[in-house]
Design a protein around this ligand. Structure first.
Ligand SMILES: Cc1ncc(COP(=O)(O)O)c(C=O)c1O
Length: 374
């Protein structure tokens, strides 16, 4: 493949290869500087080619959220996979553990309930495979995990060990960090996360339980944290692409965003350019975890000047159409590049990424684990 952006059919997912490589390199450098392992979350890109770049740069393995997603990476030879999602279903566990056993994968899971521990232990016995398990700690998002004052914490870990499963340590995801509006606020959330994990670790150590690993994971944390005290691993996902969510938090400039959506103006009216990227391409995501001040569904830029020129807000979406607020005089058929609000679900809706180098399309990479929601 070697064509200009102008010649590409739309809508298409574009990857700016230089930005992608820079994002991968700098995250690994940050992890190396702080002496922590990087285990990127592949839910962002779902792409084998990108995961290989991350591993080649020094990542210790990959993280997935869905069993189906994890299987794509296991079956393509990724040797160490964490599924950072509470698995309580025998069917899902058997599918995952059987594959991990066939491919001799180092499989790491999370639990936050006694039922979860029992389900993992039974599946490990059925599939004759050793897995290691993290205790998921709720550090403020209040989604999954045990809160630090939960009286079950020590019992849960004792049960993991008494079931003969390796206890890996503690794992958290501070999703509420997306409510921060600047670096200081984000790094304060990251510091709070470290403090909570430190207290839970101490509680377990006071009971004579060794906590070998402490795993955090979020892109705002990666970009804002100035301390990794007590942390052994980071599992960021979004950092490979970045998006408007992260730009709006003032953590990066739009230049660093590696994923954009190429679209065409297919109709014009007095107020809007109507483009061929609607909710089927951009999703209806308006910001993560209660992020404030988000309006619209992305920012569209003319090709010339992307992404520094004045962007136009995508005010509305229907399934096949985006309503781009007009602020210039572009012609019908002109192409625009959109930086989406949230890169991860957008990637899940595409079948391929078109890779750009020096503004030319050079390759297509399949989104191999797209729609793997089971
Ligand atoms: C459990 C878990 N770990 C890590 C991540 C990565 O976070 P981010 O995409 O902010 O890097 C996520 C994202 O949702 C997550 O749910």
């Amino acid at each position: 493949m070697n064509s200009s952006i102008q010649d590409l059919e739309t809508p298409r997912l574009l990857i700016d290869n230089a930005a992608l490589l820079q994002n991968i390199r700098e995250a690994q450098q940050t992890a190396n500087r702080y002496g922590v392992a990087l285990r990127p979350h592949v839910k962002t890109h779902k792409c084998l080619e990108i995961a290989r770049l991350q591993i080649d740069e020094g990542a210790a393995g990959v993280t997935a959220s869905k069993v189906g997603e994890a299987l794509v990476f296991i079956e393509n030879g990724f040797g160490s996979v964490t599924v950072a999602y509470p698995l309580i279903s025998d069917v899902k566990l058997d599918r995952l553990l059987k594959s991990a056993s066939d491919f001799r994968t180092d499989l790491r899971l999370i639990v936050d309930s006694l039922e979860g521990v029992a389900a993992v232990a039974a599946a490990a016995r059925r599939n004759a495979i050793a897995v290691s398990v993290f205790l998921k700690v709720d550090v403020g998002l209040h989604r999954c995990g045990v809160r630090e004052d939960d009286p079950r914490i020590v019992d849960l870990v004792r049960r993991i060990k008494s079931e003969g499963i390796a206890f890996a340590g503690l794992l958290s995801h501070a999703g509420h960090i997306y409510r921060a509006t600047n670096r200081e606020e984000a790094s304060a959330v990251a510091r709070g996360e470290l403090a909570i994990l430190g207290r839970v670790k101490k509680k377990l150590e006071d009971e004579g339980i060794e906590v070998a690993e402490v795993s955090v994971g979020s892109t705002p944390g990666l970009l804002s944290s100035d301390s990794y005290d007590g942390i052994t691993e980071n599992r960021p996902g979004n950092y490979v692409f970045l998006d408007l969510n992260i730009v709006r938090m003032n953590l990066v400039s739009p230049r660093r965003v590696a994923l954009s959506v190429l679209t065409t103006i297919v109709s014009l009216n007095r107020d809007f350019y109507i483009v061929d990227a609607g909710s089927k391409v951009l999703t209806s995501d308006v910001g993560a975890h209660g992020q404030s001040g988000v309006s619209g569904y992305g920012i569209a830029f003319p090709l010339e000047g992307y992404p520094e020129s004045d962007g136009m807000i995508i005010e509305r979406l229907s399934e096949e159409h985006g309503f781009v607020k007009r602020s210039s005089n572009l012609r019908l058929g002109s192409k625009l590049r959109i930086i989406p609000n949230h890169a991860c679900p957008v990637a899940n809706l595409g079948s391929h990424f078109v890779v750009l180098e020096d503004e030319r399309a050079i390759e297509e990479w399949p989104v191999a684990a797209r729609a793997c929601v089971l």
